[in-house]
Design a protein around this ligand. Sequence first.
Ligand SMILES: [Zn+2]
Length: 458
Amino acid sequence: LPIGAQHEAISLYGLYWRRLRFGPGYAAFVQEYAAREHWDTVQWQAWQRQQLQVVLTAAAQHAPYYHQTWNQAQQAAALAGQLTELPLLPKDPLRMAPQSFVRQDIHPRGVQVFHTSGSTGTPIAVYYTIPELRQSLALREVRSAGWAGTSFRRPRATFSGRMVEPDPASRGPFYRFNRAEKQVYFSAFHLRPDTAAAYVDALRKHRIEWLTGYAVSYFLLARLILDQGLSVPPLKAIITTSEKVTASMRQVMERAFGCRVYEEYSTVENAIFASECEQGRLHVSPDVAVVEILRPDGSACDPGEVGEVVVTSLARTYQPLIRFRLGDLAAWDTAPCPCGRAMPVIQEVVGRIEDVVIGPDGRQMVRFHGVFVNQPHIHEGQVIQEALDRIRLKVVTADGFSAADEADLIQRVQQRLGRTVQVVVEPVVSIPRSKAGKFRAVISYTSPAAVQEQIRSE
Ligand SMILES: [Zn+2]
């Protein structure tokens, strides 16, 4: 489609989304999230206990995976609401058979399916009922946009994994505008020194008030803005998602964009939600999930002790996730927050910093493992940038992997980086973990030292 028609098509899609977002129940969800913020610990615990009972019972009785894999003692524990008696859930079973986690006792209309590459490069299909989706959007309105002093009703710009502009050689525009949601979708794949000014112009042209999406993309744009002395229109806030924001990244973004950065920690599964309050602390929303931080032996970490984040979703009950291993590491901070909210605080989220992939023309990209999304014959994948013009994809293949899958992968990489990039697809038995036991979805040996250093400086 020509660019103009693309803006139209996206606006139509936006209209559909606006109806999904603001449809029946939305205003009530917003009110409920806002009211619960003022609860004390006792109220939160009572609410969680009750909701946990509902979710665990539904999982044990109606979701085939739990019904089949939990033994009798575990089924009984679930019915009694005893979460810690239940086994941890790795990503694999969910990736292999997402349908087997879906409840069989209800058949809601209009179920929405989202795919995620996850922070481990393992794609997962996530099923939302319409009320669950609307609830998750209301949650973001209150505790993400609201805490940052803005709203999803105000114009915003987004950096995400969306392939906004498919032509790697495009001369612009590097975004599409969704009129219905007053939203600019930026391409994360065209950001480089000679395009930075066009990104800033789009903010001015569409009177954007706040920014949201990939932290590293905004950080990279911020560096270009400062390097080139570009003038940025007034903005209310940047709400980052996806990657950890280090102190130095935050400083660079706040200087370049002239507004405060608020970090959000969430996942496509809506299996955890934490957002930054006015006092700069990351509060977990207890009405989204029960969050545990565990040692390798499964016991709970002490405050300040880094451990594995394990979540049980309370907000999404159609495809219940029970003691789901997110693959992130974090620590609790038990000091009370001056904002007065009794919602628990996460001190730090570690292990989500990804490497930046660089194109031969200097463009910088994050979350490049998006090339593995919706690849049914790939069990696990890792992107390794060996040189500016050479990418190696290590893949653990599933049954049915063929030359067509390989060609598709090569095409996806070249679509992002250009045709001159050599792509090597290497089937492997397994992908080695880092010293800390973490899976690294993207490894780059070519990122400029400055970028690497600034991202890693903490
Ligand atoms: Zn607070």
